[in-house]
Design a protein around this ligand. Structure first.
Ligand code: TRP
Length: 356
């Protein structure tokens, strides 16, 4: 019933469109890993789905609680990245997490549905704990996947486009939804994860994951010289000392990036073949040196990033525009979350708030 009402009265929905919820922690500028893992999918899907994009400042606090002042600046940066890659604020509601108290409420309810052993088993959380906390793990951190389940369900999302490092979060969310619906009756939408074609972009240093805090990221906002410099110092096949040896393409991040970003597939195949073969020309120079493969990659990336940078700079010129967009998106998110919250409360039979 509620659905029909929303769909016919809300200006952005013309039908009973399915919903997307996804988001990012505002801890810095977004990078190429975000782009292939999730941003590309969001840009493509925003026309079809009612889209909510959460700027997860509360989640960012779980490992930045000692420096909350970084959030305000980074919220703006993340939204500039969204606008720059082509997310349209008419189609996507950009929602600031801490301004939606319903998410915190849902988190509290969901915490009852998850065991301590289960949160401790989450592989992404496990790795992050080792990297960040050792033995002094704040409860807020171990529980952030529960809060992320609240993020997703607060908007009744059907689809969650994310990088594949987020698979454990989606799984945990689905468990919570299943448990909730079995206990209290079919209420919550069961969400599906959607992952980028390139499952995970390695860092420029060849580490499995690109991350701002790992110092191995190429940001969407990096200027041309920075991108080129980062590409030229990328990790490649360490056994290829002169460029004449047959090289390894598999697991070589320079080729992973070519696969992810180079629109000229033929050239990529040619580069791979030459690289694998190795050898020298009549002057004793390598047939295909690493420098050449990198130079071509830097060109491809700069070509792709140029329009993104230009749009970013245009949006950044207006101090208030970004915050206007956030205010508007958050308002739309709030309306949606309030409806879900009503459903949850009545399913749990705790909807006595309005009883006189
Ligand atoms: N955990 C995600 C990340 O680190 C960010 C995030 C927060 C998110 N809430 C979400 C992603 C809800 C998808 C859905 O990138």
């Amino acid at each position: 019933m509620n659905e029909t009402l929303t769909a016919s009265t809300s200006p952005q929905s013309t039908s009973l469109r399915k919903r997307i919820l996804t988001g990012d922690r505002p801890t810095g500028q977004l990078h190429l890993g975000h782009y292939v893992g999730s941003l590309r999918n969001r840009v493509a899907l925003q026309h079809e789905y009612e889209t909510y994009i959460l700027i997860a400042d509360v989640q960012a606090l779980t490992d930045n609680f000692e420096r909350p002042e970084i959030l305000r600046r980074n919220i703006r940066q993340v939204v500039l990245d969204y606008l720059a890659v082509g997310l349209d604020p008419q189609k996507c509601a950009f929602v600031v997490q801490s301004l939606i108290p319903e998410i915190a409420e849902l988190t509290i309810f969901y915490l009852n549905l998850v065991t301590l052993a289960r949160v401790e088993r989450n592989p992404t959380v496990k790795t992050e704990i080792q990297q960040k906390f050792g033995n002094e793990v704040p409860l807020g951190f171990v529980c952030y996947p529960v809060s992320q389940a609240a993020d997703i369900t607060a908007f009744g999302a059907h689809l969650v486009p994310v990088g594949d490092d987020q698979k454990p979060m989606i799984e945990q969310c689905r468990e919570i939804v299943g448990r909730f619906n079995r206990l209290y009756g079919e209420t919550l939408v069961m969400p599906e994860g959607m992952y980028g074609e390139i499952s995970r972009l390695p860092g420029t240093d060849g580490q499995a994951k690109m991350g701002k805090s790992l110092g191995n990221a190429i940001s969407l906002a990096d200027d041309e010289a920075t991108v080129t410099q980062k590409v030229m110092s990328m990790f490649t096949d360490p056994n290829r000392l002169t460029g004449k040896e047959p090289g390894t393409v598999e697991g070589n991040p320079v080729f992973t990036y070519h696969d992810a970003f180079n629109p000229n597939r033929e050239r990529v195949e040619e580069l791979k073949e030459l690289y694998r073969r190795g050898g020298e020309n009549e002057k004793g120079k390598p047939l295909l040196g690493d420098v050449q493969v990198k130079r071509e990659l830097a060109n491809v990336l700069n070509e792709m990033l140029e329009p993104i940078r230009t749009r970013r700079a245009e949006f950044a010129r207006d101090e208030t525009y970004v915050w206007d967009v956030i205010r508007d998106g958050t308002q739309r998110g709030k309306e949606r979350a309030a409806e879900v919250m009503d459903d949850v409360r009545s399913a749990m039979k705790i909807d006595y708030g309005s009883v006189e």
